[in-house]
Design a binder for this molecule. Structure first.
Ligand code: URA
Length: 190
């Protein structure tokens, strides 16, 4: 199915494809620049996101904003979405079925945004988007090119909040993202 933004929003607005629709307050579709070069993909909405209908607005989101600012990128310069659009109860990892039902929406967002860089935040995004066998601690920070788009997996900001010792590696990943982001901007300006 080919989506435009209007169709995507209208289909999602009453989506009941999986059980996550039962307890949701809001469907959390995406945020940021729909023409962004850089797209971030998380796992699924948490409590704050479910209440506000916007991805990454809780504690992990605030850390993400801060991380972006540290590399001179504003949240409104990037596009942010999740593997699933409705909050899994108690923030559990979405099941295979839930993710499979929701992934066509994420693919549609990806096709509409047409990013040049995609950063998967955490294992759920990385395994659904890059490779099902990814381990973040082993594979984070590696670039993979697919059809001229660059993909990287890094720690989910919630993991950084739980374990500060991961911040050093996350910072290396961020600097690498910034280098690629700048090099793409440079190519486009020459
Ligand atoms: N964690 C995610 O993976 N996504 C959000 O939108 C918020 C927290």
């Amino acid at each position: 199915m080919r989506y435009d933004w209007k169709r995507l929003y209208s289909e999602l607005s009453d989506c009941r494809k999986c059980g996550l629709c039962e307890a949701r307050h809001n469907i959390v579709i995406g945020d940021g620049n729909p023409h962004a070069k850089l797209m971030f993909i998380g796992e699924g909405p948490g409590r704050d996101e479910d209440l506000q209908g916007i991805p990454f607005v809780g504690a992990a989101g605030q850390l993400l904003d801060k991380m972006l600012r540290a590399i001179d990128i504003e949240r409104q310069d990037v596009y942010i979405a999740n593997v699933v659009k409705c909050r899994p109860p108690n923030n559990r990892v979405p099941t295979y079925e839930e993710a499979s039902m929701c992934l066509p929406y994420l693919r549609a967002q990806y096709a509409l945004v047409r990013p040049e860089i995609v950063v998967c935040l955490g294992a759920t995004a990385a395994r659904n988007i890059i490779d099902k066998d990814i381990y973040i601690t082993r594979d984070r920070g590696r670039w993979i090119e697919k059809n001229s788009v660059w993909f990287m997996a890094t720690y989910h900001p919630a993991a950084l909040l739980r374990d500060e010792s991961k911040k050093r590696d996350a910072w290396e990943d961020l600097k690498s993202i910034k280098r690629r982001y700048d090099s793409i901007a440079k190519q486009q300006n020459t």
